[in-house]
Write a protein that binds this ligand. Structure first.
Ligand code: GAL
Length: 403
């Protein structure tokens, strides 16, 4: 490996350490970039030090323009624009050549993106899979080209070709969502509980649900809560632990596909089908912010729903405003500064021939993938300022009604 590349990597490592260790002065704003361009056109690539980019590659047709390739799922969800901003800040500042590509909800586009990056001569691929199992083929192609593969936020399953995984503590996300509903439930028993989940193609959706179920199940089993919208969950209410297949059955009924429109139409259908006993003061397990806002808007317009508590995650600006306004009960702050910095630090270590720091493993069905895990923060009206403004993740001017 050339000296110049090594010194750049060290610079990145320093930036990553700064970001991880003492917080960043980078203020993230989710930009309004539209997703109407094809993914490749949206790519950003620094052209500095292109001659060094492919150092260490063994042959092939690599053009050597890009050192680190990043593939993210979609621009249509603000969550991933947060991650994009962090990557560009860290890698760009360090003079690291990089390219960020979006898959726009398509595994085929994702595969093409990975192939594009391979042809650019990347040394490291950081990828957040569109579909956990479909992404296996893409990362196997990268691995065959000698590239180190880091799964980002979402684990890729059924393949040996994942070297490392950087993730938030997704089980804790689900636990926090479930526990919020328990702690803020109305008094009494027989309280209607509406369950919603993420996409069945996303490994995280299973972990989130598993975490939520771990705390909600005893309350369902003892009759405090009554499931309003899933016969599969109802049938499993006495099982403290669910197999992946069982969770899959529940997700099959209550998935939002991480899609605002699917979430909206499911919520409408559920409330149309619900009898009077499933209305009144209700609880809603909203899997993430985008879907929670859709579901909350539907529940807010049903005159027989007297009150509802609904969870979310991602601290998207629109949901932070909903929390401030009392329209969404909570969100979960997943500090993308840390996740991006961790994955870059991991890439730096690999390229320097070191073993990256990991603190746990995640099984992807064929191997235990060494992983670095980051904690999450529950955000409610009470701590929104402290968690998101004082930490300089957002600027107060992005919101109204903050004290
Ligand atoms: C998950 C991710 C969440 C949420 C969701 C929908 O994998 O962990 O933060 O964004 O996808 O994109």
């Amino acid at each position: 490996m050339k000296k110049k590349l090594l010194s750049m990597l060290l610079a990145v490592a320093m930036v990553a350490t700064m970001l991880t260790g003492c917080g960043s002065d980078t203020t993230t704003t989710t930009d309004d970039t539209t997703a109407d361009d094809v993914a490749a056109d949206d790519a950003t690539a620094d052209d500095a030090t292109a001659d060094d980019a492919a150092a260490g590659d063994e042959g092939g047709a690599a053009s050597g323009d890009v050192q680190v390739g990043i593939v993210l799922p979609t621009k249509d969800e603000p969550r991933w624009l947060q991650d994009q901003a962090q990557f560009e800040a860290i890698l760009g500042d360090a003079g690291f050549t990089n390219q960020v590509l979006f898959s726009q909800g398509s595994s085929a586009t994702e595969k093409t993106n990975v192939e594009t990056l391979i042809s650019q001569g990347i040394d490291v691929l950081i990828i957040c899979a569109q579909d956990a199992s479909a992404a296996a083929a893409a990362v196997e192609a990268a691995k065959d080209a000698g590239i180190t593969v880091i799964a980002y936020d979402r684990l890729i399953t059924g393949t040996e070709a994942v070297d490392y995984y950087v993730t938030f503590d997704s089980f804790s996300v689900g636990v926090a969502q479930g526990q919020y509903l328990i702690d803020n439930a109305p008094d009494g028993t027989g309280i209607p509980l509406y369950l919603y989940a993420g996409a069945a193609t996303d490994n995280n959706a299973f972990i989130f649900f598993e975490g939520a179920w771990s705390v909600l199940q005893p309350k369902i089993a003892d009759g405090t809560f009554v499931i309003a919208n899933s016969s599969e969950a109802e049938a499993l209410k006495d099982s403290a632990e669910l197999s992946r297949e069982e969770i899959g059955k529940i997700i099959g009924q209550v998935t939002t596909d991480w899609d605002f429109n699917v979430a909206k139409s499911k919520a409408e259908a559920h409330l149309t089908a619900a009898g009077a006993d499933m209305k009144g003061d209700v609880l809603v397990l909203g899997p993430n912010d985008g879907t929670a806002r859709s579901i909350a808007d539907v529940f807010a317009t049903d005159k027989d729903v007297t009150s509802f508590k609904i969870t979310g995650q991602d601290a998207e600006t629109a949901s932070v405003q909903y929390v401030i306004d009392g329209k969404q009960s909570m969100t979960i702050f997943k500090d993308t500064r840390t996740l991006a910095a961790d994955s870059v630090a991991m890439a730096v270590a690999v390229l320097n021939g070191e073993t990256p720091a990991t603190d746990t493993t995640y099984n992807n069905e064929v191997k235990d993938v060494p992983a670095k895990q980051t904690d999450i923060v529950v955000v409610t009206q009470d701590n929104v300022k402290e968690a998101l403004i004082d930490s300089e993740y957002y600027d107060a001017s992005e919101f109204t009604g903050l004290e």
